[in-house]
Design a protein around this ligand. Sequence first.
Ligand code: UGA
Length: 360
Amino acid sequence: MSGLSRIAVLGAGGFLGSHLVPALSRLPGTAIDAVDLSLHKLEFSSPHLERHVADITDAKRIEGVLERCDVVLSLTALCTPALYSTNPLSVIDANYTHLVPIVEYCAAHRKRLVHFSTCEVYGRLALDTTARSTELMHEDDTALFLGPVSRERWSYACAKQLLERLIWAHGQHKGLDFTIIRPFNVIGSRMDFLPGVDGEGVPRVLACFMNALLREQELLLVDGGLQKRSFISVEEFAEAIVRVVERPRDCRGEIINIGNPSNDVSIRALGEALSAEFERQVPRAARARFRAVSAEAFYGPGYDDSARRIPDITKAERLLDWRPKVSLSAMLPAIVADYVARYGTELMPHSLQARAARTG
Ligand code: UGA
């Protein structure tokens, strides 16, 4: 890799960060500064890894880390949809306001910025520039279609979109070397938290469903669960990001979707596949039960949703020489096994734990 020696990973203690740091550490000649409010999920150590427990708004500490780095990966976010309509002020700050100084610092000090945005910027559904509906979401052609301001669900997408526009403008007018990543429903171990165990509130759907299975509770299908998502394994996602870091010239000034269009399934189908895998690994568990709930009952007022989100990944394939291959059914056994190992002791009845340990 040309001249790369030090990478700052802001948000290294989150789900994506905790998978990216070990993957990036495998790059020869690379040292990493891992920064987050908490680094418990980063179950990895290396002589070339330095851990910094710090707040992104602590300008002095953060600048102290950034000044010696060549590349900055910016991952900090509030990204659980339940917060978008219940705590939009914090969501806007975390996803926009607090990140403006990072973008400005990178532009002023010639640091390469790899920023993690979201597929949610595309909004409710894929529309081309003339507002005709299309199947795939494309980085440079698809319009960004958010709902009305009163639907606070879009506070997050709007903050993320504005940050993308800020980064883009710094690239066009201030010489910032940047790449923007739009992840599409990455799933894997250590995602979010389980309510009442290592966090409070409502996590994203994978953690909601695993929480329900481990506690033998109903899996709740928001508005019936017919809405769809395209899921990609976190390991394949991390591999794509390593390639982005390795290819600064090809990725400069690009927005890149990273997802798996082949794994486009309904939320109900995700729940059924997870339950089947859970029952395989924990045979004495009670059979999974599903219940449809309204979005209003589940999230409160102001929620809204994307009906379908399928990435166009031709740009990622071309620039990164990368293509995701792992099907949803192939990624679930390791994910379920990790949740059972991590949380089973606390949440599952003893009889089930013994059985899971033998079969998992
Ligand atoms: C979220 C974030 O907002 C995105 O920024 C992020 O990119 C994306 O996750 C991701 O994981 O990549 P979303 O897909 O809507 O977006 O989040 P989830 O909480 O995982 O919800 C997926 C769907 O499942 C939604 O339609 C939701 O209503 C539904 N859901 C969620 C249920 O039916 N039951 C649940 O218990 C939880």
